[in-house]
Design a protein around this ligand. Sequence first.
Ligand SMILES: Nc1ncnc2c1ncn2[C@@H]1O[C@H](COP(=O)(O)OP(=O)(O)OP(=O)(O)O)[C@@H](O)[C@H]1O
Ligand SMILES: [Mg+2]
Length: 258
Amino acid sequence: MYESAATYQPPTDLKTPKAIEGDQLYKSFDRNQVLKGVTFALHEKENLVVLGKSGTGKSVLIKCIVGLIKPDSGDLCILGNNIKNIESEDEWREIRRKVGFLFQGGALYDSMTVRENLEFPLKRQPNKLSKGEMKTAVEEVLEHVGLLNAINKMPAELSGGMKKRIALARTLILKPEIVLYDEPTTGLDAITSREISELILHMQEAFGISSIIITHDMACARLTANRMLILYEGTFKAEGTYEELERSPEKWVRAFFE
Ligand SMILES: Nc1ncnc2c1ncn2[C@@H]1O[C@H](COP(=O)(O)OP(=O)(O)OP(=O)(O)O)[C@@H](O)[C@H]1O
Ligand SMILES: [Mg+2]
Protein backbone atom coordinates (compact mmCIF):
# COMPACT_ATOMS: atom_id res chain seq x y z
CA MET A 1 0.00 0.00 0.00
CA TYR A 2 1.27 3.46 -0.83
CA GLU A 3 0.79 6.04 1.92
CA SER A 4 1.75 9.03 -0.20
CA ALA A 5 3.79 9.94 -3.26
CA ALA A 6 6.54 11.20 -0.96
CA THR A 7 8.22 7.76 -1.11
CA TYR A 8 9.51 8.78 -4.54
CA GLN A 9 10.46 12.36 -5.32
CA PRO A 10 12.00 13.01 -8.72
CA PRO A 11 14.45 15.88 -8.85
CA THR A 12 12.80 19.05 -10.15
CA ASP A 13 15.72 21.48 -10.27
CA LEU A 14 16.54 23.45 -13.39
CA LYS A 15 18.92 20.74 -14.63
CA THR A 16 16.34 17.93 -14.66
CA PRO A 17 15.32 17.15 -18.24
CA LYS A 18 11.79 18.23 -19.10
CA ALA A 19 9.27 15.83 -20.58
CA ILE A 20 6.98 18.72 -21.53
CA GLU A 21 7.49 22.47 -21.51
CA GLY A 22 4.80 25.04 -22.22
CA ASP A 23 5.67 28.70 -22.64
CA GLN A 24 3.01 31.42 -22.86
CA LEU A 25 0.33 29.22 -24.42
CA TYR A 26 -2.82 30.96 -25.61
CA LYS A 27 -6.02 29.39 -26.90
CA SER A 28 -9.40 30.98 -27.60
CA PHE A 29 -12.60 29.61 -29.08
CA ASP A 30 -14.23 32.60 -30.79
CA ARG A 31 -14.48 35.16 -27.99
CA ASN A 32 -13.95 32.62 -25.22
CA GLN A 33 -10.31 33.06 -24.10
CA VAL A 34 -9.44 29.81 -22.36
CA LEU A 35 -5.64 29.63 -22.08
CA LYS A 36 -4.13 33.07 -21.44
CA GLY A 37 -0.38 32.60 -21.16
CA VAL A 38 0.04 29.12 -19.67
CA THR A 39 3.67 28.43 -18.72
CA PHE A 40 4.76 25.21 -17.02
CA ALA A 41 7.16 22.26 -17.14
CA LEU A 42 6.66 18.57 -16.51
CA HIS A 43 9.94 17.11 -15.29
CA GLU A 44 11.03 13.62 -16.27
CA LYS A 45 9.51 10.89 -14.07
CA GLU A 46 7.35 13.41 -12.25
CA ASN A 47 3.67 13.12 -11.32
CA LEU A 48 2.25 16.60 -11.81
CA VAL A 49 -1.33 17.12 -10.60
CA VAL A 50 -3.38 19.91 -12.20
CA LEU A 51 -6.31 21.38 -10.30
CA GLY A 52 -8.79 23.95 -11.53
CA LYS A 53 -12.49 24.65 -11.47
CA SER A 54 -14.69 23.08 -14.12
CA GLY A 55 -14.39 24.85 -17.47
CA THR A 56 -11.02 26.51 -16.78
CA GLY A 57 -9.29 24.72 -19.65
CA LYS A 58 -7.59 21.68 -18.14
CA SER A 59 -8.80 19.32 -20.84
CA VAL A 60 -8.01 21.92 -23.52
CA LEU A 61 -4.40 22.04 -22.30
CA ILE A 62 -4.10 18.25 -22.42
CA LYS A 63 -5.64 18.19 -25.91
CA CYS A 64 -2.98 20.70 -27.03
CA ILE A 65 -0.31 18.28 -25.78
CA VAL A 66 -1.71 15.34 -27.75
CA GLY A 67 -2.25 17.45 -30.87
CA LEU A 68 -6.07 17.38 -30.87
CA ILE A 69 -6.18 21.19 -30.40
CA LYS A 70 -3.63 23.64 -31.78
CA PRO A 71 -2.64 26.54 -29.49
CA ASP A 72 -3.10 30.02 -31.05
CA SER A 73 0.35 31.10 -29.86
CA GLY A 74 3.16 30.16 -27.50
CA ASP A 75 5.66 27.34 -27.48
CA LEU A 76 5.00 23.74 -26.55
CA CYS A 77 7.90 21.27 -26.44
CA ILE A 78 7.16 17.56 -26.02
CA LEU A 79 10.16 15.32 -25.33
CA GLY A 80 12.37 18.00 -26.85
CA ASN A 81 10.24 18.59 -29.96
CA ASN A 82 8.71 22.03 -30.40
CA ILE A 83 5.29 21.28 -31.94
CA LYS A 84 5.72 24.31 -34.22
CA ASN A 85 8.49 22.42 -36.01
CA ILE A 86 6.45 19.25 -36.54
CA GLU A 87 5.67 19.17 -40.21
CA SER A 88 4.32 15.76 -41.14
CA GLU A 89 1.56 13.55 -39.77
CA ASP A 90 4.24 10.83 -39.39
CA GLU A 91 6.19 13.00 -36.95
CA TRP A 92 3.02 13.64 -34.94
CA ARG A 93 2.29 9.91 -34.90
CA GLU A 94 5.75 9.19 -33.51
CA ILE A 95 5.24 11.72 -30.70
CA ARG A 96 1.70 10.50 -29.98
CA ARG A 97 3.05 6.98 -29.56
CA LYS A 98 5.22 8.27 -26.71
CA VAL A 99 2.39 10.24 -25.12
CA GLY A 100 -0.42 8.10 -23.70
CA PHE A 101 -3.76 9.73 -22.99
CA LEU A 102 -6.40 8.37 -20.65
CA PHE A 103 -9.59 10.12 -21.77
CA GLN A 104 -12.05 11.65 -19.34
CA GLY A 105 -14.53 8.92 -20.40
CA GLY A 106 -11.89 6.20 -20.94
CA ALA A 107 -14.16 4.35 -23.37
CA LEU A 108 -13.45 0.79 -24.54
CA TYR A 109 -14.78 -0.74 -27.74
CA ASP A 110 -17.93 -2.51 -26.56
CA SER A 111 -17.98 -5.12 -29.30
CA MET A 112 -14.42 -6.32 -28.62
CA THR A 113 -13.08 -8.53 -25.84
CA VAL A 114 -10.48 -7.14 -23.45
CA ARG A 115 -7.77 -8.91 -25.46
CA GLU A 116 -9.02 -7.38 -28.72
CA ASN A 117 -9.26 -3.94 -27.12
CA LEU A 118 -5.60 -4.20 -26.14
CA GLU A 119 -4.45 -5.62 -29.48
CA PHE A 120 -6.14 -2.76 -31.33
CA PRO A 121 -3.49 -0.04 -30.72
CA LEU A 122 -0.70 -2.56 -31.40
CA LYS A 123 -2.17 -3.50 -34.78
CA ARG A 124 -2.27 0.16 -35.81
CA GLN A 125 1.47 0.61 -35.24
CA PRO A 126 3.75 0.75 -38.30
CA ASN A 127 6.13 -1.89 -36.87
CA LYS A 128 4.00 -5.04 -36.73
CA LEU A 129 4.40 -7.52 -33.90
CA SER A 130 4.14 -11.27 -34.41
CA LYS A 131 1.15 -13.09 -32.88
CA GLY A 132 3.35 -14.40 -30.08
CA GLU A 133 4.80 -10.96 -29.30
CA MET A 134 1.32 -9.47 -29.25
CA LYS A 135 0.08 -12.17 -26.85
CA THR A 136 3.01 -11.51 -24.50
CA ALA A 137 2.50 -7.73 -24.63
CA VAL A 138 -1.23 -8.06 -23.82
CA GLU A 139 -0.65 -10.49 -20.96
CA GLU A 140 2.19 -8.42 -19.49
CA VAL A 141 0.21 -5.20 -19.40
CA LEU A 142 -2.87 -6.95 -17.96
CA GLU A 143 -0.71 -8.33 -15.20
CA HIS A 144 0.47 -4.79 -14.36
CA VAL A 145 -3.12 -3.58 -13.95
CA GLY A 146 -4.05 -6.76 -12.07
CA LEU A 147 -6.63 -8.04 -14.56
CA LEU A 148 -5.07 -10.95 -16.40
CA ASN A 149 -8.16 -13.02 -15.52
CA ALA A 150 -10.40 -10.61 -17.49
CA ILE A 151 -8.59 -11.19 -20.79
CA ASN A 152 -11.53 -12.88 -22.55
CA LYS A 153 -14.31 -10.77 -21.03
CA MET A 154 -16.44 -8.22 -22.86
CA PRO A 155 -16.49 -4.62 -21.54
CA ALA A 156 -20.16 -5.03 -20.50
CA GLU A 157 -19.04 -7.72 -18.02
CA LEU A 158 -16.61 -5.35 -16.27
CA SER A 159 -17.19 -2.93 -13.37
CA GLY A 160 -16.42 0.79 -13.76
CA GLY A 161 -13.08 0.42 -11.99
CA MET A 162 -12.09 -2.58 -14.12
CA LYS A 163 -12.94 -0.65 -17.30
CA LYS A 164 -10.68 2.20 -16.16
CA ARG A 165 -7.86 -0.31 -15.57
CA ILE A 166 -8.29 -1.82 -19.02
CA ALA A 167 -8.37 1.66 -20.59
CA LEU A 168 -5.14 2.38 -18.75
CA ALA A 169 -3.65 -0.92 -19.95
CA ARG A 170 -4.58 0.04 -23.52
CA THR A 171 -2.68 3.32 -23.07
CA LEU A 172 0.33 1.57 -21.53
CA ILE A 173 0.67 -1.18 -24.10
CA LEU A 174 2.42 1.22 -26.49
CA LYS A 175 5.03 1.88 -23.76
CA PRO A 176 4.54 5.65 -23.54
CA GLU A 177 7.11 7.93 -21.88
CA ILE A 178 4.41 10.36 -20.80
CA VAL A 179 0.85 9.58 -19.67
CA LEU A 180 -1.84 12.25 -19.42
CA TYR A 181 -4.69 11.31 -17.09
CA ASP A 182 -7.88 13.34 -17.44
CA GLU A 183 -10.02 12.71 -14.34
CA PRO A 184 -8.86 9.10 -13.86
CA THR A 185 -11.02 8.45 -10.77
CA THR A 186 -14.21 10.34 -11.57
CA GLY A 187 -17.33 8.25 -11.05
CA LEU A 188 -15.55 5.60 -8.99
CA ASP A 189 -16.10 4.79 -5.31
CA ALA A 190 -13.40 5.74 -2.78
CA ILE A 191 -11.79 2.30 -2.64
CA THR A 192 -11.63 1.84 -6.41
CA SER A 193 -10.35 5.43 -6.77
CA ARG A 194 -7.55 4.57 -4.41
CA GLU A 195 -6.67 1.49 -6.45
CA ILE A 196 -6.45 3.61 -9.61
CA SER A 197 -4.31 6.20 -7.79
CA GLU A 198 -1.98 3.42 -6.62
CA LEU A 199 -1.78 2.15 -10.17
CA ILE A 200 -0.67 5.62 -11.32
CA LEU A 201 2.13 5.48 -8.74
CA HIS A 202 3.02 1.96 -9.86
CA MET A 203 3.35 3.18 -13.47
CA GLN A 204 5.72 5.92 -12.36
CA GLU A 205 7.89 3.50 -10.39
CA ALA A 206 7.81 0.50 -12.75
CA PHE A 207 8.27 2.35 -16.05
CA GLY A 208 9.64 5.78 -15.08
CA ILE A 209 6.65 7.43 -16.71
CA SER A 210 6.15 11.20 -16.46
CA SER A 211 2.52 12.12 -15.87
CA ILE A 212 0.08 14.96 -15.79
CA ILE A 213 -2.95 14.05 -13.67
CA ILE A 214 -6.00 16.26 -13.93
CA THR A 215 -8.32 15.62 -11.04
CA HIS A 216 -10.99 16.98 -8.72
CA ASP A 217 -10.38 14.03 -6.39
CA MET A 218 -8.19 15.36 -3.59
CA ALA A 219 -7.45 11.88 -2.24
CA CYS A 220 -6.05 10.98 -5.67
CA ALA A 221 -4.06 14.25 -5.72
CA ARG A 222 -2.62 13.63 -2.27
CA LEU A 223 -1.56 10.11 -3.12
CA THR A 224 -0.10 10.70 -6.59
CA ALA A 225 1.29 14.26 -6.70
CA ASN A 226 4.96 15.09 -6.51
CA ARG A 227 3.95 18.66 -7.34
CA MET A 228 0.69 20.46 -8.09
CA LEU A 229 -0.39 23.41 -10.23
CA ILE A 230 -3.69 25.28 -10.12
CA LEU A 231 -5.16 26.65 -13.35
CA TYR A 232 -7.12 29.82 -12.62
CA GLU A 233 -8.48 32.35 -15.10
CA GLY A 234 -6.31 31.11 -17.94
CA THR A 235 -2.92 30.71 -16.26
CA PHE A 236 -1.22 28.62 -13.60
CA LYS A 237 -1.60 30.82 -10.50
CA ALA A 238 -0.36 28.48 -7.74
CA GLU A 239 2.32 25.81 -7.46
CA GLY A 240 3.52 23.54 -4.68
CA THR A 241 3.33 20.14 -3.05
CA TYR A 242 -0.02 18.96 -1.69
CA GLU A 243 1.01 19.95 1.84
CA GLU A 244 2.25 23.39 0.75
CA LEU A 245 -0.91 24.27 -1.15
CA GLU A 246 -3.15 22.90 1.60
CA ARG A 247 -1.51 25.40 3.98
CA SER A 248 -1.37 28.25 1.47
CA PRO A 249 -1.94 31.73 2.91
CA GLU A 250 -4.32 32.34 0.01
CA LYS A 251 -7.93 31.47 0.74
CA TRP A 252 -8.85 30.62 -2.87
CA VAL A 253 -6.05 28.00 -2.93
CA ARG A 254 -7.10 26.43 0.38
CA ALA A 255 -10.68 26.27 -0.93
CA PHE A 256 -9.68 23.32 -3.15
CA PHE A 257 -8.81 21.32 -0.04
CA GLU A 258 -12.01 21.97 1.95
N1 LIG B 1 -13.54 22.14 -29.16
C1 LIG B 1 -14.02 23.21 -28.49
N2 LIG B 1 -14.69 24.19 -29.14
C2 LIG B 1 -15.15 25.27 -28.48
N3 LIG B 1 -15.00 25.48 -27.17
C3 LIG B 1 -14.34 24.54 -26.47
C4 LIG B 1 -13.82 23.35 -27.09
N4 LIG B 1 -13.23 22.61 -26.14
C5 LIG B 1 -13.37 23.30 -24.98
N5 LIG B 1 -14.02 24.45 -25.16
C6 LIG B 1 -14.31 25.46 -24.11
O1 LIG B 1 -13.13 25.69 -23.39
C7 LIG B 1 -13.40 25.89 -22.01
C8 LIG B 1 -12.56 24.94 -21.18
O2 LIG B 1 -13.01 23.60 -21.38
P1 LIG B 1 -12.30 22.34 -20.75
O3 LIG B 1 -13.01 21.15 -21.26
O4 LIG B 1 -10.84 22.42 -20.99
O5 LIG B 1 -12.58 22.56 -19.19
P2 LIG B 1 -12.06 21.68 -17.99
O6 LIG B 1 -11.18 22.55 -17.14
O7 LIG B 1 -11.45 20.42 -18.49
O8 LIG B 1 -13.40 21.39 -17.18
P3 LIG B 1 -13.92 20.05 -16.42
O9 LIG B 1 -13.27 20.10 -15.06
O10 LIG B 1 -15.38 20.24 -16.34
O11 LIG B 1 -13.52 18.85 -17.23
C9 LIG B 1 -14.90 25.74 -21.85
O12 LIG B 1 -15.48 27.01 -21.84
C10 LIG B 1 -15.31 24.96 -23.09
O13 LIG B 1 -16.61 25.30 -23.47
MG1 LIG C 1 -11.98 18.41 -18.42
